[in-house]
Each structure stands twice: as structure tokens, then as C-alpha cells.
Design a protein. Structure first.
Length: 234
């Protein structure tokens, strides 16, 4: 059952935090729901999951509609964690509380305008390509702090921190370095004392395959899909 998988994932993350000398309460699980059904997500919600993340705008829209049709569907804190195309921004913003994949000031300004029109404040993370891989989105590390301070200054956005996807490597040292780099950039951002950066402490990093490495490097949020659903689907 999904509830058992979720409980096992929670135990795994708590153990990883303890092993790293951290309080397990400081690490939150975001359930990545790519290619999953509303019924599955609702089942996890009834088991206690409350934070979910979508990679695709089309799936986000469809699931929001499907969950609304379920009489006992829990309420979720919904994040967008995938690449956000410019033609999808207007559809995504009303359905999420946070966009984790901000990789340009142009995108941030558009999110800010839409949030302002809706008279709300939208949480965001700046995505950084700490592994320098062409297949991954995100701003280069050299420009991350500058982008983040620019995003933090926008009136209708709240910068919560930085996000990355770990290096695609079988070498744990390489993966660890990609996560440690994000933590270093977060510290640089906080030490800048730029307006709007005081709350930007979170590090969204680590997935099912490498959560322990990310937590040891300082992750405050891990994005788990396979760990809570079983085998991945496309």
C-alpha cells in the first residue's frame, strides 16, 4: 500500500537526518507526482502527505480538476518543480503555492506580475545547475546569487531558497559536491543581506536515489517519487 511506502520513506529520511546530526523535523518530503493519478495522490494525502510537486503543466491542470471531483480528496500544498515554459506560466500560477524552477529574471518578473494581478504573494526557489550538465535546467552557479537577489527584490514573490537536481553520476563524491555547492551558494546569498533574502534558507535537493547524500549536505526538502509510489512511470 502507498501508506506503507510513505511511512518507510519518512523513516528513511528521518534516519538520514539523524545520521547527519540534524533534527529530522528540519527535512520535509515533497512527493513528486509525475505520471501519477489523482486517486494515488489522494491516497497518499489520506496517509499524511500534504506537499506535492508537479513537473508538467498539463498534468498539474488535469490533476487539479480530478482531485476536485473526489469527495474525500485532501488539500495539498502544491509546488511546480519542472521547467516552466513561458506559454504555461499563466495556467500554472493559480494552481500552485510555489514555483521551484525559477532560472531567469525574465521568468521571475512574469511570475511577479501574475501574482500581483491576483493580489497574492507567490513562493519561489531559484534553480541552479550545480552539476553544469547541459540536460539540466537552472542558472549557472556563477550567476545564482545575482539572480536570487534580483528575484528577492520583486514585491509579489517570496524567495524561499535554492533548488537543484543532483549530478547524474554513480560517483557519490560528484553527487555530494553538486549538493554542497548549492549549500555554499545559499550561504553566500544569506550573507549578502540583500532585501528579501533573509528568509531564503531552504535547499530543495535530493531525490529517491540520493536523498541521504543531499541531507548530509544540508537539504531541507527532498523530492521523492519512486520511494513513495514504487516503480517510476512515464
Amino acid at each position: 500500500m502507498l501508506s506503507e511506502l510513505l511511512a518507510h520513506a519518512q523513516e528513511r529520511i528521518a534516519a538520514a537526518a539523524t545520521a547527519a546530526g540534524r533534527d529530522p523535523a528540519d527535512v520535509v518530503i515533497l512527493v513528486a507526482v509525475k505520471a501519477r493519478t489523482a486517486a494515488e495522490v489522494a491516497e497518499l494525502g489520506r496517509a499524511g502527505a500534504r506537499l506535492i510537486g508537479h513537473n508538467r503543466a498539463q498534468e498539474l491542470e488535469a490533476m487539479a480538476a480530478d482531485l476536485a471531483e473526489l469527495p474525500d480528496a485532501p488539500t495539498f500544498d502544491t509546488h511546480f518543480i519542472g521547467t516552466l515554459q513561458s506559454n504555461k506560466v499563466q495556467k500554472v500560477v493559480p494552481l500552485v503555492t510555489c514555483v521551484q524552477s525559477v532560472d531567469s529574471l525574465r521568468l521571475a518578473r512574469r511570475l511577479d506580475r501574475l501574482a500581483g494581478t491576483a493580489e497574492r504573494r507567490l513562493d519561489v526557489f531559484v534553480q541552479v545547475n550545480t552539476s553544469d550538465e547541459d540536460t539540466k535546467g537552472g542558472v549557472a552557479p556563477a550567476g545564482a546569487v545575482e539572480l536570487a537577489t534580483g528575484v528577492a527584490g520583486l514585491p509579489h514573490l517570496r524567495l524561499r531558497g535554492l533548488m537543484t537536481i543532483g549530478a547524474n553520476s554513480t560517483d557519490d563524491g560528484v553527487v555530494r559536491a553538486s549538493y554542497e555547492r548549492l549549500a555554499q551558494l545559499r550561504d553566500e546569498l544569506l550573507s549578502s543581506a540583500a532585501p528579501g533574502t533573509a528568509e531564503a534558507r531552504e535547499l530543495s535537493m535530493g531525490m529517491s536515489r540520493d536523498a541521504e547524500i543531499a541531507i548530509a549536505a544540508g537539504a531541507t526538502m527532498v523530492r521523492l517519487g519512486t520511494s513513495v509510489f514504487g516503480a517510476a512511470r512515464e
